[in-house]
Design a protein. Structure first.
Lengths: 357, 910
C-alpha cells in the first residue's frame, strides 16, 4: 500500500472506515459491449429508490433524453453514434449512396442544449474524431427545393471521398463509481456521506445539510443536489436491497447482464476474462475503466468495460480524488494561512478543481 | 430479418447475447441500423418491402451451388413430389401463377396440385343454394376457400399417399426443379437492384448462412412483425421457411424459424383465438352455407385418405363443443354444433371498422387492452368508425385515445367529429394489470407460464376473466326466458366455472379455466393427459386441444419452475409447451433416416432400437413406436399412414412444403412483389404487387400512386414504422408513466443526413410527413443509422417513425398510423403497415381546415382517385381491373363490378 488513506490502493475500504466485521466489498461491473440501450436500469433504479421523474424534455442526443447522472437520474445510459467501426463489426454502409456523416450535426444541435441544461452534462464523443467541426460545416437548413423527384439522384451524385461508410452505435450505462477513495465522502462536513460495511458510499438524507461540497468533490460529476430540498443524491448501490440479500435493482433488471453485481474481487476476475475474450475476437479497442487500484481514486467499486477511450463516453480519462494531494497541500497551505485552513478541506478542494467542469 | 429483437424483445435478446458469447455470429438484415444492429456482427441494409427478393436470392444461391442439405431435403420435404402437368409459373406469366382470374383477383388453385392427388374433392363445396349469386359469388368463394377458413390444417389433401415422386429430384415437374427454376433469376445482381443490398454483402450472407448449416451446425432465423405486416406477409415467412428447410435447419437444435410476437401472450390469443375465423386450436370457424352440419364441417376439414394428426379433428371439435355446452351437447344434437356461429365472409377488424363508418351493421364495440385510435392502421378511419356507434366499452389501465376520441381526437379540429353531436356512448372500465390477476402467458416458443397475482387490484379494477364471467352470467339471466332461437347458444352454454370467494361478484378461478382448456373426462371430471386421449363420442371435453396436457395429472404444469441447473438441457420442467410439452417442433428431423442424430453435437431425439421407441432430450414429435424406416400399408390413414421419415406429422402428406400445393391464396411459392405503395417498378415482372392482395377502394381509404401509375414523385420516400424499447405499442402502458415517458418524450422522424440535406431538415427541428391520408408532425432525428439505397439505378430514401404517440397521456403527439391506408395480405388479412410511401417536409403541419385542404391538394397533385392502387393485376395479357367499393366509387371507367371488400383480423401493429 502506497500513499495515504486518501489515495492509492486500499484493500479494505470498509475496514478502513471502521467496520470491524463486514461482508466482502461489492460493486458493479458494467460490460458496455453487451448493453442494448434499453434503459431498464434507469427505470428500475427510479422505481426502487423512488427517484422522481427528471423532466419530459427532449434532449435528442441519439436515443439519450436523460443527459447525465444527477440527483434525479442515478443511472444514465449514454448513446454514442460515431462514423467509425469497432473490432470486426461490419456496419454495412459500404457501397451505399451516402454523403458525409451527420453525427456532427447531431452533436451541434444537442451540445448547446446540454450545456444550457441545469446540470450541464457530459460531452459525449459523438462528433467525428478526425475533426469534429468538419461535418458541421456541411450546409444544413437549406430551404426545401421541389426538384420534381427529390428522392432520386443520378448514380454517383451522392458518393465520393466524403462518403460515410464506417459507423458504430455505442451504449453504456453510467452510475456512481463508489470509489475506493471517495471525494464526496472525504469532503462531507456533516458525516452524511459514509462508507458502508459493503464498501459502498451512501448519503444519509436525514443528516445531509445541502452544503454541496460533495458535488465539487466528485471527480466524475456524479453526485448532485435535488432542487427542492437541496440535499445530495446519488446511487446507493441499493443499500437496502443489499441488507435483504438482493442485488441492486438495475443489475436485476438488466436483460443482457451488461450490469453485473457481485463481490468486487470476483468481478475484476470476470472482467479480465471478458476483456481477453474480446481481444481474441479482434476488439482491440476494448479496455477496462476504473478497475485499477492504482488509479487516481484507488479503483472504483463500479467499473466498466468500454469499447473506446473514456472521453467517448463522457467519462474523465484520469479521474483523481481531489483529496489525494490534500495532505501535502495542507502542510503548505496551513503554513500560509491558518484561517484558510479552517474553512475546511472541502472548500480547498473545491477551488483546486474549480476548472474541472 | 424483419425483427428489431434487441429493442422490441429485449428480454429474449439475452439469449442472442449469450449465443454470441459462445461464438455465434449474428447478422441483422433490416431497413435501418437499430439497437439490434449495434450488437450484431454484421448489419445488412435492404429496402423495406423487398425481403422476398433477398430470400429468393438466398434460395437461388443454395440451389444453384448445390448447397442444400440433400439427405434432409429428400427425406423430410416435398422436394421429390411431382406437380401436375400444366402448372404455370410466374416465370411463364409475367409474375402470375396459372389459374389467375383478373375479375376477382383470385386464383383457381387446382393447377398447383400434386400429380396423383385426387382433385375432385379439392373443390370447395361451391355455391350452395343459399349462397349469394352474381359477382358476389366469386368474392364469397374467395372468402370461403381461404386457408384461414380451414384453420391450420389447410384444405384437406385427398389421396396424399398416392402422390407421384422422383426421389432423384431430377424430374422437371418435381418440386425441387420447379423451385430452382422459379428462383433462377433471383441473382445477386437482381437482389442488389431490388433490395439495394450491395451484391458482395448479399453473397457474404449467403455463404455464412449455407456454411453454418450442415450435420454439425445449424442456423436460426428470427422474424417479427417486420415480416408479417405486408401485403405479401405470409409469403415472406414461407420464403424464410424454404431457406431453413433447404439448409436442414428445421426441427434441429439451434435451428428453426423464430416468430417473435408483437405482445405478451399474442401467441396465446391465436391459440385460443380472438380471431373471427378460428376456433381454439386452429380449428376453422364454420362457414354458413357449406358447413351446416357437423359432418359437412369435418369432411371439409380432413380427408379419409390423408396422413397425420388432423384426421383426429372430430375428437378435437366434439370435445370443444362438450366444453362449451356441457350436458346440453349430445350425440343426438351433433354436440350442439348448430349453436356455433357461422361466418359468411370477412368479419375482420378493418372490414368491421368500414362497416361502422358506413353505418347500419355495427352498433357496439368492445375494446380490451386495445387502442385502435392510435394502434391500428388508418387511425382516422378507426376514430370515425367508433364515433358512429351506439356504444363502445373500453377496458384499459388508463383513459386511452379510444375512450376519449369523441372529445379530443384530431377530427375535432377538422370538424369531422363534434363532442356535441357524436352519438357514441363510451363505457370505461378500469382493468386489473397483469400483476393484479392470475393466469397464463403463452410466449413465442408456445410455452405457457403461470403468473401469480402479486397484489390485489385497487378500486374498481377487475380482471378480464371476472368481467366476462359476470357479463356472461348477467346475459344468461336476462335471456333465461327468451324463446328467440338466436338466444339459444347463450342459454345452452355451460357457465359453471369455479369461483373463489362468495357474494354476487366473486372472482372466477383461472386455474379452473386452465383445467377446462386442458380437457377432462365428462363422466369423472378427471383431467386428460394429452390430446391423444380426446374422443369424438362426448366422453371428453376440451377447450383447446393443442393445450391438452397443460393440466396433466391434475397438476398446473404451466406453474412448474424447476431451475435450469437442476434439469436437462431443454428445461422440460419449466412451464409447459404445446403440443405435449415439446420444446422443438418436428424434432424427428434432428435424426437421420436411420433415426440416428445427424451429429453428436446436434443430437436431440433418436430411435432407440432396443426399446423400440423414440427417445432423447426433448419429447419426440413423432409416433413413439414408428420405426425410422417404417413403410405403412397402402390403405392406412391418419397417424398410422405416416412413414418413418414423415417428420411433419401435422401435414396431410407428412412432408414440409417447399411448394404449397394448396392452402395459400397468392401462390404455391413466394414471389417478389412490390409493396402496394412503392417508389419503383417491379424489376422481375410486369406484375407489380401481390395480384391477390385485398384492396379497399373507398374515398376514405386512398392509396398513394405506385408504378405503373403516374405521379409517384409526390410521395417519393419509403416510410416504415416500428416501436422503441421505451414505449409499449399504442402507448397506453407507457405514455402514462413518468419513468417511461421521460425516456422518449416526443414523436420523432428519423432521416439520413442525405435526406436531411435534400429536404432542409435539421436535427431536432420540426417536420411533417405526408401521405394521401394524413400529415403527421414530428421532431427530426438526423442520424447515420438511416441510409439511402441504390435501387435499380436510383437513389431511394427511407424514413422511419415510432408509432407510440397519441393525444392523451403525459407526453403526446400525432398518430403515426394515420399515415397508413388499409390494404391487406389475402391469406391472413394482416394490414400492410410496415411499408408505404410518403413525403417529408420541414416545419409544422397545417391544422384544422388548412390540413384538410393541403391533403386534398396533395392528392390532386398526385392524381389520387378512388381507383388509385386498386388495379391489382398489372402483368401482361390480363385485364387490368379496378377493385373499388361501389358505394363510394365516384364512377369507374371500366365497369368494374368486383366488390374487393375484405378485411383484417389483426389488431394493433407492433
Amino acid at each position: 500500500m502506497t500513499g495515504n488513506r486518501l489515495s492509492g490502493p486500499l484493500d479494505d475500504p470498509a475496514g478502513d472506515a471502521g467496520h470491524a466485521e463486514h461482508p466482502p466489498r461489492v460493486g458493479f461491473f458494467t460490460d458496455t459491449s453487451v448493453c442494448i440501450g434499453c434503459k431498464a436500469c434507469e427505470v428500475a433504479c427510479k422505481e426502487w429508490n423512488a427517484v422522481p421523474e427528471d423532466g419530459l424534455d427532449m434532449l435528442g442526443m441519439s436515443y439519450d433524453n436523460t443527459g447525465s447522472l444527477g440527483a434525479n437520474s442515478w443511472r444514465h445510459v449514454a448513446f454514442i453514434e460515431q462514423p467509425r467501426s469497432t473490432g470486426r463489426q461490419d456496419p454495412g454502409f459500404l457501397g451505399l449512396p451516402t454523403g458525409p456523416t451527420g453525427t456532427g450535426l447531431m452533436a451541434d444541435a444537442v451540445g448547446p442544449r446540454l450545456r444550457a441544461s441545469e446540470r450541464g452534462g457530459s460531452e459525449l464523443g459523438t462528433g467525428p474524431l478526425d475533426g469534429p467541426k468538419a461535418a458541421a460545416e456541411q450546409p444544413v437548413g437549406q430551404p426545401a427545393e421541389d426538384l420534381g423527384m427529390p428522392a432520386f439522384s443520378r448514380p454517383g451524385d451522392a458518393t465520393g471521398p466524403e462518403s460515410r461508410t464506417d459507423f458504430r452505435w455505442l451504449m453504456a450505462s453510467d452510475v456512481c463509481k463508489h470509489c475506493t477513495h471517495a471525494g464526496c465522502l472525504d469532503v462531507c462536513p456533516t458525516g452524511a456521506l459514509f462508507r458502508t460495511e459493503f464498501g459502498t458510499v451512501v448519503v444519509q438524507q436525514n443528516i445531509c445539510n445541502g452544503c454541496g461540497y460533495c458535488v465539487s468533490g466528485c471527480p466524475y460529476g456524479v453526485i448532485d443536489r435535488r432542487p427542492d430540498d437541496g440535499r445530495a443524491q446519488k446511487c446507493t448501490l441499493c443499500y437496502d436491497r443489499l441488507h435483504g440479500g438482493l442485488e441492486p435493482a438495475c443489475a436485476k433488471a438488466c436483460p443482457t447482464d451488461s450490469i453485473q453485481f457481485g463481490e468486487l474481487d470476483e468481478l475484476r476476475e470476470r472482467a479480465d476474462r471478458r476483456l481477453a475474450q474480446l481481444h481474441d475476437l479482434g476488439v482491440g479497442e476494448a479496455r477496462l475503466y476504473g478497475n485499477d487500484p492504482n488509479d487516481g481514486v484507488g479503483g472504483d467499486g463500479a467499473f466498466f468495460l468500454l469499447l473506446d477511450e473514456p472521453e467517448v463516453y463522457g467519462l474523465p480519462p484520469d479521474p483523481v480524488v481531489p483529496t489525494r494531494d490534500a495532505p501535502s497541500m495542507w502542510r503548505r497551505a496551513g503554513a500560509a494561512a491558518a484561517a484558510f485552513a479552517l474553512a475546511g478541506v472541502g472548500a480547498f478542494v473545491s477551488s483546486a478543481i474549480g476548472g474541472r467542469r | 430479418m424483419g425483427s428489431n429483437m434487441a429493442e422490441a424483445h429485449p428480454v429474449g435478446f439475452q439469449w442472442v447475447i449469450e449465443a454470441k458469447a459462445r461464438g455465434a455470429r449474428v447478422i441483422h438484415i433490416d431497413p435501418r441500423f437499430t439497437r439490434t444492429s449495434a450488437l450484431a456482427d454484421t448489419y445488412v441494409p435492404l429496402r423495406a418491402g423487398s425481403d422476398i427478393a433477398f430470400l429468393g436470392g438466398v434460395i437461388n444461391h443454395v440451389l444453384s451451388n448445390d448447397l442444400d442439405f440433400r439427405e434432409y431435403v429428400a427425406a423430410f420435404t416435398n422436394a421429390s413430389f411431382l406437380v401436375r402437368e400444366g402448372f404455370e409459373d410466374t416465370e411463364d406469366l409475367d409474375g402470375l401463377f396459372g389459374g389467375y382470374d383478373a375479375e376477382t383477383g383470385t386464383y383457381e388453385r387446382d393447377c398447383w396440385q400434386y400429380e396423383g392427388a385426387d382433385q375432385e374433392r379439392e373443390e370447395p363445396e361451391g355455391a350452395s343454394p343459399d349462397s349469394p349469386s352474381g359477382d358476389d359469388d366469386s368474392e364469397m368463394d374467395k372468402e370461403r376457400t381461404s386457408p384461414m377458413g380451414s384453420g391450420a390444417a389447410g384444405a384437406p389433401l385427398h389421396g396424399a399417399t398416392n402422390v407421384a415422386t422422383d426421389p432423384t429430384l431430377q424430374h422437371p415437374r418435381c418440386v425441387f426443379q420447379i423451385l430452382k427454376r422459379h428462383f433462377a433469376r433471383y441473382t445477386p445482381e437482381m437482389v442488389e437492384r431490388i433490395c439495394g443490398t450491395p451484391r458482395e454483402k448479399f453473397q457474404a450472407v449467403c455463404e455464412a448462412w449455407a456454411s453454418n448449416s450442415n450435420r454439425e451446425r445449424t442456423s436460426a432465423l428470427v422474424y417479427s412483425v417486420g415480416w408479417t405486416q405486408h401485403s405479401v406477409g405470409a409469403q415472406y415467412i414461407r420464403a424464410g421457411a424454404i431457406v431453413q428447410l433447404l439448409l436442414g435447419n428445421i426441427g434441429r437444435p439451434g435451428g428453426g424459424v423464430f416468430a417473435l410476437r408483437g405482445h405478451a401472450s399474442i401467441q396465446g390469443s391465436t391459440d385460443v383465438p380472438t380471431l373471427f375465423n378460428l376456433l381454439p386450436g386452429y380449428l376453422p370457424m364454420p362457414t354458413a352455407g357449406s358447413h351446416e352440419t357437423l359432418t359437412d364441417y369435418l369432411d371439409d376439414l380432413r380427408s379419409p385418405t390423408q396422413k397425420g394428426y388432423w384426421t383426429g379433428a372430430d375428437a378435437y371439435l366434439v370435445s370443444l363443443l362438450k366444453e362449451y355446452f356441457g350436458d346440453n351437447a349430445t350425440a343426438e344434437n351433433d354436440y350442439g354444433y348448430a349453436w356455433l356461429p357461422k361466418i359468411d365472409g370477412d368479419h375482420g377488424t378493418y372490414r368491421t371498422v368500414m362497416d361502422m363508418v358506413d353505418g347500419g351493421k355495427v352498433f357496439g364495440y368492445f375494446l380490451l387492452g386495445q387502442n385502435p385510435a392510435v394502434g391500428s392502421a388508418h387511425g382516422r378511419l378507426q376514430r370515425l368508425g367508433m364515433a358512429n356507434l351506439d356504444w363502445v366499452v373500453v377496458r384499459d389501465l388508463a383513459m386511452i385515445e379510444s375512450a376519449t376520441f369523441w372529445k379530443d381526437s384530431p377530427e375535432i379540429e377538422t370538424g369531422e367529429i363534434s363532442p356535441q353531436t357524436c352519438r357514441t356512448e363510451v363505457f370505461f372500465f378500469p382493468a386489473a394489470s397483469h400483476v393484479e390477476k392470475e393466469g397464463t402467458f403463452t410466449q413465442t416458443q408456445r410455452m405457457l407460464q403461470w403468473r401469480e397475482k402479486a397484489v390485489e387490484p385497487t378500486g374498481d379494477q377487475r380482471s378480464e376473466l371476472w368481467f366476462f364471467y359476470h357479463l356472461g352470467r348477467k346475459l344468461r339471466e336476462r335471456l333465461a326466458g327468451s324463446t328467440d332461437p338466436r338466444d339459444e347458444p347463450v342459454q345452452k352454454l355451460d357457465w359453471s366455472y369455479r369461483v373463489d370467494g362468495s357474494g354476487e361478484w366473486p372472482e372466477p378461478s383461472a386455474e379452473d379455466v386452465l383445467r377446462r382448456i386442458n380437457g377432462y373426462r365428462t363422466r369423472t371430471g378427471e383431467p386428460v393427459d394429452s390430446y391423444l386421449e380426446l374422443e369424438a363420442d362426448g366422453s371428453t371435453a376440451c377447450g383447446c386441444w393443442i393445450y391438452s396436457g397443460v393440466y396433466a395429472d391434475g397438476v398446473n404444469q404451466a406453474a412448474r419452475r424447476k431451475p435450469h441447473d437442476a434439469q436437462g438441457p431443454y428445461d422440460r420442467q419449466w412451464g409447459w409447451t404445446w403440443p405435449a410439452n415439446r420444446r422443438v417442433l418436428y424434432n424427428r428431423c434432428s435424426a437421420d433416416l436411420d433415426g440416428k442424430p445427424w451429429s453428436e453435437r446436434k443430437k436431440l431425439v433418436w430411435w432407440d432400437a432396443d426399446e423400440g421407441r423414440w427417445t432423447g432430450d426433448d419429447v419426440p414429435d413423432f409416433p413413439a413406436t414408428t420405426p425410422p424406416r417404417y413403410e405403412p400399408p397402402p390403405d392406412a390413414v391418419g397417424p398410422e399412414a405416416l412413414r418413418g421419415d414423415d417428420a411433419f406429422i401435422m401435414q396431410a402428406d407428412g412432408k414440409a412444403w417447399l411448394f404449397a400445393p394448396h392452402g395459400l391464396l397468392d401462390g404455391p411459392m413466394p414471389t417478389h412483389y412490390e409493396p402496394h405503395e412503392s417508389p419503383v417498378s417491379n424489376a422481375l415482372y410486369g406484375q407489380q404487387g401481390n395480384p391477390t392482395r385485398k384492396v379497399y377502394g373507398r374515398t376514405d381509404n386512398p392509396s398513394n400512386p405506385a408504378p405503373p401509375e403516374l405521379h409517384r414523385e409526390v410521395f417519393p420516400f419509403v416510410l416504415t414504422a416500428a416501436r422503441l424499447t421505451e414505449h409499449h405499442t399504442a402507448g397506453g402502458m407507457s405514455r402514462q408513466l413518468p419513468y417511461l415517458a421521460e425516456l422518449q418524450p416526443e414523436l420523432t422522424v428519423e432521416v439520413s443526413p442525405e435526406l436531411a440535406r435534400i429536404r432542409g431538415l435539421t436535427h431536432l427541428g420540426t417536420a411533417h410527413v405526408v401521405t394521401s391520408r394524413a400529415a403527421v408532425q414530428a421532431r427530426v432525428m438526423v442520424t447515420d443509422r438511416m441510409s439511402p439505397l441504390w435501387i435499380d439505378g436510383q437513389v431511394v430514401h427511407q424514413i422511419w417513425m415510432p408509432y407510440h404517440w397519441g393525444g392523451t397521456g403525459l407526453v403526446s403527439g400525432d398518430v403515426v398510423n394515420d399515415l397508413l391506408g388499409v390494404v391487406a395480405d389475402s391469406n391472413v388479412f394482416i394490414q400492410e403497415s410496415k411499408v408505404a410511401t410518403c413525403d417529408v417536409r420541414p416545419g409544422p403541419r397545417p391544422r384544422g381546415a388548412a390540413l384538410t385542404a393541403m391533403l386534398a391538394q396533395t392528392r390532386a397533385r398526385a392524381g389520387v382517385t378512388v381507383e388509385t392502387g386498386t388495379r391489382i393485376a398489372t402483368a401482361d395479357d390480363v385485364p387490368h381491373v379496378t377493385h373499388t367499393e361501389d358505394d363510394t366509387a365516384g364512377g369507374t371507367d371500366d365497369g368494374s363490378t368486383d366488390d374487393g371488400s375484405t378485411g383484417n383480423s389483426a389488431g394493433e401493429q407492433s
